[in-house]
Write a protein that binds this ligand. Structure first.
Ligand code: SF4
Length: 363
């Protein structure tokens, strides 16, 4: 495998730098300049080190290296694919469900994922942090709504903030009596694990609220030794970890890769949480699978790994209608055996091999 020496590399942000490092062909440069003019590019040394430049279909490269396919839009794609705007009462807040809010603190990330559902709003050139006044307004919004139990810091990547600023924000949130849980969604432990310093871990622990961290990774290779060490430092500090992944064509849309990814999470004390069906973000059709294929993969996963390794396969319903589980259905009414007409409802239930049984069983 011909991987880049991370020690020699700096974060790559320009298509010409990707050409110079052998990550894209010089002939593709004009198209990639067009892509980069619209969507941010950033490949950290840790991520570049994972890319096998001899593999034209490398699953790490597919996630981070821009492609001319991003210039091709498809019907149904939308700059706000999960409908954040419809639920944003004040800047920085998305309030879709009664008991929780998203709090978007920053618009920058360590890396820019080519499938990002917020690709139209993250990256340099966009306002990269809430103003002080907007931050205070967002806190006030949370403070006066006692039903808000959980605040989810997202963005952008909240772990791009300095430990000192994060500690202030965590303290502000934890000082609100009804905020009991602060959840941080981040790609930093895999994309730039050195940022998970002792100071960062300390900043995330706060009295008065419980911190959870959701780690975003999509391929088992992303859980490198350094990423595993970063996750371990969070887990050792008593911070519970969950995963979020996106189902991506050519990255993790086969049973063996998904299995390895989920096993890697559990080995790192990260409970698999969400496997997202890829959102209808502009220029991302080449990375999306079908829902039917996602359901097949979830069926296969059920047969290969324990419940500890099972994420929920979910779709964010376009228009801001929230998440729905879309995994395969194992249970159906057995109308042929009486169904609603019988005294007790009878069900057909499929096991992990696909064999059908009845519940209750025949006497
Ligand atoms: S880290 Fe998250 S917000 Fe940032 S580009 Fe990737 S998916 Fe989008």
């Amino acid at each position: 495998m011909n991987r880049i020496d991370s020690k020699l590399a700096a974060t790559l942000r320009q298509p010409a730098e990707l050409v110079a490092r052998g990550l894209v062909r010089a002939a593709d440069l004009p198209d990639l300049e067009k892509v980069a003019a619209r969507y941010a590019v950033s490949v950290t040394p840790d991520i570049a080190a994972l890319i096998d430049v001899s593999d034209p279909d490398d699953p790490i490269a597919r996630q981070f290296i821009p492609s001319a396919n991003e210039l091709v839009g498809q019907p149904g794609e939308n700059a706000d694919p999960i409908g954040d705007d419809a639920h944003s009462p004040v800047a920085g807040i998305v309030h879709r469900y009664p008991d929780r809010v998203l709090f978007k603190l920053v618009h920058v990330c360590a890396v820019y994922c080519r499938f990002c559902f917020r690709r139209e709003t993250v990256g340099p050139g966009r306002p990269n942090a809430l103003s002080d006044a907007a931050y205070r307004d967002a806190l006030d919004y949370i403070r006066v709504r006692t039903e808000i139990w959980e605040v989810i810091l997202t963005g952008g990547d909240p772990l791009m903030l300095s430990p000192r600023r994060l500690a202030e924000i965590m303290a502000d949130l934890a000082s609100i009596d009804h905020v009991k849980v602060i959840r941080i969604h981040t790609r930093v432990p895999v994309a730039d694990p050195a940022r998970i310093s002792l100071a960062m871990v300390d900043a995330l622990k706060v009295g008065g609220a419980t911190t959870w961290v959701a780690v975003h990774a999509n391929h088992p290779r992303e859980l490198s030794d350094t990423a595993r060490a970063a996750c371990a430092s969070l887990a050792d500090a008593g911070i519970p970890l969950v995963s979020q992944s996106v189902l991506l064509r050519g990255v993790n849309d086969d049973p063996a890769t998904l299995e390895a990814l989920m096993r890697a999470f559990v080995e790192c004390r990260i409970k698999p949480y969400y496997l997202h069906h890829a959102d209808l973000a502009p220029g991302t059709a080449h990375l999306r699978t079908t829902i039917a294929h996602g359901q097949e993969l979830m069926r296969a996963l059920r047969g290969r790994v324990s419940g500890l390794c099972q994420p929920d396969y979910v779709l964010d319903i376009p228009g801001g209608h929230g998440k729905a589980p879309i995994g395969p259905n194992y249970l159906s009414h057995d109308n042929a055996r009486g169904g609603e007409a019988s005294r007790e409802t009878r069900y057909r239930i499929a096991d992990y091999c696909g064999d059908v049984h009845f519940y209750p069983p025949e006497p």
